[in-house]
Design a protein around this ligand. Structure first.
Ligand code: UD1
Length: 417
């Protein structure tokens, strides 16, 4: 099992490019199931979650090759509609394969998905919507058995919560369904628009992605297409946190500033200068950060829950008190006890975390238990006095492409052993 060893207190500097978005790549890979012919997916990050998706696609019968950041996928040979437990458990977002496999083959048999331990992650919204579209779903012995005896039919679906995964699953089921599907209270994340852009290039008719109402006119078939994955806004926020806690100036290339519109003001409140133009961010942190007062996670365009943990590290070393309110996931404060081991002053109660900034964090042996919590610990290690040893690196590898190499290139003293 690998570990990260970080010698803290090194100032960062220089320019790095931001990886492609994990949360776009995963649904887009699932979407290739719906297509005939070849798709070229550019800017596809090398991550264990992406490899898990590739494993599922290969099992289903797709032919896939990777050249650098490009995945070439041909789904002509799809010959199965089941996904074994071992492949499903590798990541939570494997549930987006449900809509795609059902639409492509008329049936789907898959076990309940796995993923990071950030609280209960039910799939009731996905299942309810697919049933409204005509799917018959039986839940037995940890498996979902789904069929669409009369095909999937477009309908009006109103989501009780703008779930990202459910919006994607419905889009995937609806693009080849009979008639028109209208999703109200749809998720508005940029990754939803990216999925729609890919599918529309393949011949789908999706309107309004990125807004609260998405309309999908079903079509008869989809071709493959070339598509470039959008930059990863959470990876960008994480790198900014790393620069913030080390009082550094860095430049990020390949970013979309508007996707970070709720994150940048938090850094500015902390005293950072963030200049964003032409797909680049020039980020400058002060010697000591100010507190950010209140950070509330919300569905997009609100502050992203995925950036909560990395920003919390910044709050840990800021002057004053920052209050976090986590509105999206229960149990998303598992990193706090490890930050406390490093000298942070954090109290949590339910969805609240009160962080009183301290002068310094101290290196310690800590353990990551989820992806973004792991990123928070890396940022903490970068600013801590002496050495930090982080285990649970497999969580980091779900979502960050060689983060240790990126940070080393910026001047951090970090290595994986
Ligand atoms: C996606 C992202 C994840 C991000 C999250 C919220 C991917 C691969 N992952 O996860 O990084 O943190 O959006 O921005 O894109 N819920 C239900 N029933 C459902 C579905 C969801 O109750 O059927 C609840 C969840 O338990 C959670 C909330 O809704 O509390 C948000 O979940 P959702 O938006 O679906 O997140 P994911 O798609 O799992």
């Amino acid at each position: 099992m690998s570990k990260l060893i970080i010698k803290g207190k090194q100032r960062l500097g220089g320019k790095v490019s931001v990886q492609g978005a994990k949360n776009s790549a995963l649904p887009i890979l699932a979407a290739t199931v719906l297509t005939r012919g070849e798709s070229l997916i550019f800017n596809c990050p090398v991550l264990s979650d992406v490899e898990a998706s590739v494993g599922i696609l290969r099992y289903l019968g797709c032919v896939i090759s990777r050249e650098g950041a490009t995945l070439v996928i041909n789904a002509d040979g799809i010959c199965r509609s089941d996904i074994p437990d071992g492949l499903m458990r590798k990541m939570r977002s494997s549930i987006v394969f449900l809509g795609a496999v059902l639409a492509r083959t008329g049936s789907a048999r898959l076990s309940f998905p796995g993923g990071c331990e950030i609280g209960p992650r039910p799939i009731d919204i996905h299942l309810c919507a697919l049933r409204e579209m005509g799917a018959v779903i039986k839940e037995k012995h940890g498996y979902l058995d789904c069929t669409a005896p009369e095909g999937l039919k477009g309908c009006k679906i109103s989501l009780s919560f703008p779930s990202v995964g459910a919006t994607e699953d419905i889009m995937l089921a609806a693009v080849l369904a009979h008639g028109t599907t209208t999703i109200t209270n749809a998720a508005r994340e940029p990754e939803i628009s990216d999925l729609a852009d890919y599918l529309n290039k393949c011949g789908a008719k999706i309107y309004g992605a990125g807004e609260g109402v998405i309309v999908i006119d079903g079509v008869g078939s989809l071709n493959g297409a070339c598509h470039t994955i959008i930059p990863d806004r959470i990876a960008a926020a994480t790198l900014m946190s790393c620069a913030a806690v080390t009082g550094s100036r860095i430049a990020l290339t390949d970013v979309v500033g508007s996707h970070l519109a709720s994150v940048i003001p938090a850094f500015e409140e902390a005293g950072c200068t963030v200049l964003c133009q032409n797909g680049e961010i020039d980020f400058r942190a002060p010697q000591r950060l100010d507190s950010m007062r209140i950070i509330r996670t919300m569905p997009y365009p609100g502050f992203p829950t995925d950036a909560q943990a990395p920003l919390m590290t910044a709050a840990c070393v800021a002057k004053g008190t920052t209050v976090f309110i986590e509105n999206i996931f229960e149990n998303r404060y598992r990193h706090t006890s490890e930050l406390v081991r490093m000298g942070a002053n954090i109290r949590t109660e339910g969805k609240f975390a009160v962080v009183e900034g301290v002068e310094a964090l101290y290196g310690a042996a800590v353990e990551a238990t989820d992806l973004r919590g792991a990123a928070a610990l890396v940022a903490a290690g970068l600013c801590a006095e002496q050495n930090t040893e982080i285990s649970g690196v497999k969580y980091l590898e779900r979502g960050y492409e060689n983060l240790e190499l990126t940070l080393s290139a910026l001047g951090a003293d970090i290595k994986k052993i």
